[in-house]
Ligand binder design. Structure first.
Ligand code: NAD
Length: 325
């Protein structure tokens, strides 16, 4: 298992004890430099943001390995054609815990509508007045548009419905069972009616830069925008323009288009890109470092599902998470 983080170790050891498989851990990510460490093993697993070079797949095949399994949802780090050419099979973990991301989105949404950043900042500087922030809002009184009602979006929609919010969904794929807690509509109608807009789509041709100047023109005054999916969906310049003008009441972002430049590292705030510094300086913007997934259950599931799938693939079995060509 490559690219092992400290907090994965207990789950790896537990899995090894329970199943009797020997799992050898390597902290570095899988690359041409360390692929030979896999010699003598039956299966490999990794989790990384760095692309896996093509020679790694052919080398794994030479070592007698039949698969490559990753512990994450996004598999843009893999070259599926090269994997196929090398005769390997591949798997990701398509759903380690949609609720982890949904719950964190809900947490930040409630923080936004109660102006918590302002109150934290005010009380820390000695201001204990109610008027340190405007009046809060109550979730059951709001209409929320969920853009992308897949695993995460529908988990969030269900939570919001239980809390009494009106939930609208925009998604080209219709799931009849979701009608119990949301109303499907089109994008223009959702933007016209929603007090809160939250993105849960993949980054693709249609969603890349989707929240642009025109998009924000269609949004209601005082709407809140949340992005817990992929940074590229929102154009930061258009978002900032609408925050500056006061059209938007606030935003919560777990991902940013230029996030890979600075996320996952210790940063000097003054050296961050200017647009990120401006977002940070706003008391109605909540930022987080792509942590919506980061819970005990999600990490446990990522480890266990990926290991289980790696073993099954190495034994030539069928699995749901196989990435098909
Ligand atoms: P999913 O595939 O189950 O759902 C995505 C939904 O978006 C699908 O129903 C799809 O039909 C819909 N969709 C696609 N294009 C659309 C469009 N143009 N307009 C509206 N809807 C559209 O995926 P999921 O597991 O719910 O994940 C959603 C996103 O969350 C992914 O981009 C994923 O990378 C991201 N994510 C973020 C974190 C985090 O920690 N912040 C963790 C995991 C996943």
């Amino acid at each position: 298992m490559y690219a092992v983080f400290e907090d994965e170790v207990p789950y790896i050891e537990e899995f090894a004890n329970r199943t009797g498989h020997e799992i050898v851990q390597e902290t570095d990510y899988l690359s041409e430099k360390n692929v030979d460490l896999a010699a003598g093993f039956d299966a490999v697993v990794t989790q990384q943001t760095v692309n896996i070079p093509d020679m790694v797949y052919s080398r794994l095949a030479e070592l007698g390995i039949r698969q490559i399994s990753i512990r994450q949802v996004g598999y843009d780090i893999l070259n599926i054609d090269a994997i196929h050419k090398a005769g390997l099979r591949a798997s990701n973990v398509a759903a380690y815990s949609p609720r982890a991301i949904a719950e964190y989105t809900l947490t930040q949404l409630l923080n936004l509508i109660r102006n918590n950043k302002r109150y934290y900042q005010a009380t820390e500087s000695g201001n204990w007045l109610w008027s340190a922030a405007p009046q809060g809002k109550e979730i059951h009184d709001l209409t929320v548009a969920v853009i992308g009602a897949g695993r995460i979006g529908s988990a969030l929609a269900e939570m919001l419905h239980v809390l009494g919010a009106k939930v609208l969904a925009v998604d080209p794929v219709y799931h009849a069972q979701n009608e119990a807690f949301l109303d499907y509509t089109n994008l223009d109608d959702a933007l016209k009616r929603a007090d809160v807009i939250t993105f849960h789509t993949p980054l693709n041709k249609q969603t890349n830069g989707m929240a642009d100047k025109d998009f924000f023109q269609k949004v209601k005054k005082n709407a809140y925008i949340l992005n817990f999916a992929r940074g590229g969906i929102i154009q930061t310049s258009a978002l900032l323009e609408n925050l500056r003008s006061g059209k938007l009441a606030g935003a919560a972002l777990d991902v940013l288009p230029n996030g890979t430049e600075f996320m996952g590292k210790i940063q000097n705030p003054d050296k961050l890109p200017a647009d990120v510094q401006e977002l940070m300086s706003r008391d109605n913007v909540l930022l987080s470092p792509h942590v919506a997934f980061y819970t005990n259950l999600a990490v446990k599931n990522m480890v266990e599902i990926a290991l289980n799938d790696a073993i099954a693939l190495s034994q030539g079995k069928h699995i749901e998470n196989e990435i098909l060509y």
